[in-house]
Design a protein around this ligand. Structure first.
Ligand code: NAD
Length: 701
């Protein structure tokens, strides 16, 4: 049963019981409605308390039902709320832990509300590209006032019950309970107190006005437009709350519902819902059961205190785990620690980190030049130079000193993790933890599963990813793993576009207009053009038939490695990050182009975007087919959290589904006919071709 029914003397208690968060799925709605009817029919019952079992009052709608007939099957949430309002006996909602979305809307349909302190209250629908669809925009302003309610609805952020209870004139809570433990008793007492009060109070009957009316809503619209220009839902939140102040309740409610249903099928909403589900799915590994035992992690060691090592260490310090940093030389160690300090100090200065937290974190940091000092660490992450010889030395040493069962991770970006694992006599304990730069900031963590990585090591590292607030996605061992293998094709296309007539700024502008945080050339300047150069040199030797534009090599031959050298595809003024177009680079590209005998042509922004994004899609399809990525959603998470792909497009694979795989494949065939491009690459990946033939999509709805 998804809701329990009990009678405490003269009060019926209905307890939503649908773990983990008492989502209001179809069965829960049925069970609740039946409980309500039973209470109505029982003459001994004078009042009703509604609460939630376990960790929540209710987290809201059951998102798994979104878009399915079950979501609207009667009794739908609107009918359930109406049944509550129309009950002939008072219904008291007893809120604790979490009351969000539909859960809060249901509580607002009850006659009285009592909340335990510490309860998170929110209408988070906007985060899924929606507006609240069961009265939230009409009832919350009536109990909290227009401004407080609109702030909550537009941001979707939770606010603690005790803060809301302090708002002057608020009618959201009739009472704040002393504690979660006493909540039920206090709710029962309230129910008995009001059992005979008539008429029953209804939120819908409360007035809803804003003293500045038009001016206030215009101001709110301007704010929302400036902060979330790509999403339709926040503006619709403003409109809907405004209607609460102008229209009769039922009309406002009907329009809210219509808006909700219309937004449900916008590309933005589909993208956000997809990413919500993809993030949860990414933590599930098909052949690693969720109850796989995990190894304890009390202490962490990081080998190498360079760019990555320091940032990696910060993640664990932030999570309260002691870290020992190991280097070869004292000065490298000192530099690493100084960078960590500098990063934290900047956060303290900006008021983002309290001094005592900073002190606590630094107290967890130890440094050493000796492997003996890290031997007892439960997890060691290697972040030394990207050189197989150096990695070999480090892993042999780790194998020699580390206690049995210690997990040995490598942060390598390009080297073969299986080979690294073979340097040890315990390949089952070896795993890849591919952080992105800056490692203390970027959300993405590619967890690289070696041929022999033990399941408990994988499960432990995935859980650890969550603990350090990363989005962990599993990748198999292939060149570049998921993200960089795809980005290599994208960068290769960017190079061909230069050969054909584009400037770096034109390419960057087009893809940034599409929504990428940064175009390929600005990105390469930030990462360092020498990194790609090293990879290409390896490719020239290993895969001589793979074509590249040579302009990037010419750039590197001039020492233009990017921001760190003050010059790359763009010029950079000393100490500045702003990219300034370089006439020298444009002349170099033109000379190179002329040398190839190419007459430059005007390439449209549309072609630029398609060639860049579709190259990601084709390589993504290959990764899926070859089994290096488990799901299309995993690839989308990688691109959203690690590569600045526009969130509202849901990631490259979701974008492909939106454009239509048939259209994507047709465009690829067109690109294959361009003699200056790579015809072989543009053959649609077999998986893509099959999905087109079957009329399917990458992401199963
Ligand atoms: P880095 O050159 O900034 O730092 C490497 C550090 O390792 C140096 O401080 C060096 O003194 C130290 N070191 C070298 N050999 C050592 C040894 N035998 N024992 C102990 N310390 C040793 O390099 P980085 O950019 O931090 O890269 C480190 C690793 O992270 C590489 O495998 C790289 O591919 C990977 N990575 C880098 C990035 C990036 O953007 N920089 C991103 C993801 C992954």
């Amino acid at each position: 049963m998804t809701a329990q029914y009990q009678v405490h003397g003269d009060v019926a208690v209905i307890t939503l019981d649908n773990p983990p968060v008492n989502g209001l799925g179809y069965l829960t709605r049925v069970a609740f409605t039946q409980g309500l009817q039973r209470a109505e029919d029982d003459p001994a019952v004078r009042a009703i308390v509604l609460t939630g079992a376990g960790k929540a009052f209710s987290g809201g709608a059951d998102i798994k039902e979104f878009g399915s007939p079950k979501a609207i099957a009667e009794p739908n949430l609107l009918s359930v709320i109406l049944a509550c309002e129309n009950a002939s006996k008072p219904v008291v909602a007893a809120l604790h832990s979490v009351a969000m979305g539909g859960g809060l809307e249901l509580a607002l349909g009850c006659h009285y509300r009592i909340a335990a302190p510490g309860c998170s209250i929110a209408l988070p629908e906007v985060k899924l590209g929606l507006i609240p669809g069961a009265g939230g925009t009409q009832r919350l302003p009536r109990v909290l006032g227009v401004e407080a309610a609109l702030n909550m609805i537009v941001s979707g952020e939770p606010v603690k019950s005790e803060l809301l209870a302090q708002l002057p004139g608020q009618k959201l809570f009739d009472r704040l309970a002393r504690s979660s433990e006493t909540l039920l008793d206090e709710a029962l007492a309230l129910a008995r107190e009001v059992a005979d009060v008539r008429p029953l109070p209804l939120v819908r009957l409360l007035p809803c006005k804003h003293p500045q009316g038009d001016a206030y809503f215009q101001f709110a619209r301007n704010m929302v437009k400036a902060t979330a220009p790509r999403f339709p839902a926040p503006l619709q939140c403003v409109d809907s709350v405004e209607r609460a102040t102008r229209l009769p309740f039922d009309e406002g409610l009907a329009q809210e519902r219509q808006t909700f249903l219309r937004l449900m099928w916008t590309p933005e909403c589909r993208a956000l819902r997809h990413l919500f589900a993809a993030e949860r799915a990414a933590s599930k590994i098909p052949d690693v059961p969720e109850d796989t035992p995990r190894r304890p992690i009390q202490t962490v060691a990081v080998v190498g205190a360079g760019t990555m090592g320091g940032g990696i260490a910060m993640n664990f310090l932030n999570a309260g785990l002691p870290v020992t940093l190991l280097e070869m030389k004292q000065d490298a160690l000192d530099r690493g620690v100084a960078t960590i300090r500098k990063n934290y100090e900047a956060q303290v200065k900006k008021g983002k980190l309290k001094q005592e937290k900073y002190d606590e974190r630094m107290a967890l940091l130890r440094t050493t030049l000796s492997y003996a000092d890290i031997a007892q660490a439960d997890l060691v992450i290697e972040a030394v130079f990207e050189d197989m010889g150096v990695k070999e030395k480090v892993f042999k040493e780790l194998d020699r000193v580390m206690k049995p069962g210690s997990m040995l991770a490598s942060n390598t970006s390009t080297l073969d993790l299986n080979q690294i694992a073979r340097f040890t006599k315990r390949p089952q304990d070896v795993i890849g933890m591919h952080f992105f730069s800056p490692a203390n900031v970027m959300k993405l963590l590619e967890v690289v599963r070696g041929e022999q990585t033990a399941k408990d090591v994988l499960a432990t590292v995935m859980a650890l990813g969550k603990k350090i607030k990363k989005t962990a996605v599993v990748s198999g061992v292939c060149d570049g793993f998921i993200g960089n293998r795809m980005v290599e094709q994208y960068i290769r296309q960017a190079g061909f576009l230069l050969d054909e007539g584009c400037t770096p700024a034109q390419v960057d502008r087009a893809i940034e207009k599409f929504g990428f945080a940064m175009g390929p050339f600005r990105m390469s300047d930030l990462a360092g053009n020498d990194i790609g150069w090293a990879i290409r040199k390896r490719r020239y030797a290993e895969q001589p038939d793979m074509r590249y534009s040579k302009s990037a090599d010419l750039l590197c031959e001039q020492g233009r490695f990017g921001q760190k050298t003050g010059a790359g595809w763009y010029d950079y003024l000393p100490g500045k990050r702003e990219a300034v177009s370089s006439s020298a680079v444009e002349a170099m590209i033109a000379t190179h182009r002329a040398g190839l005998g190419i007459t430059p042509r005007r390439v449209s922004d549309e072609e630029i975007v398609q060639r860049l994004v579709f190259s990601l899609i084709n390589e993504g399809a290959r990764l899926l087919e070859e089994g290096f990525a488990a799901r299309a959603g995993d690839i989308d998470m990688v691109y959203i959290t690690g590569y600045g792909f526009p969130v509202w497009r849901g990631g490259p694979m979701m974008y492909a589904d939106t454009v239509g795989l048939f259209n994507v494949a047709q465009a690829m065939k067109r690109f294959a006919r361009n003699p200056l491009d790579d015809a072989r690459f543009w053959q649609p990946a077999p998986l893509l071709a099959r999905l087109v033939a079957e009329g399917q999509t990458f992401n199963k709805a």
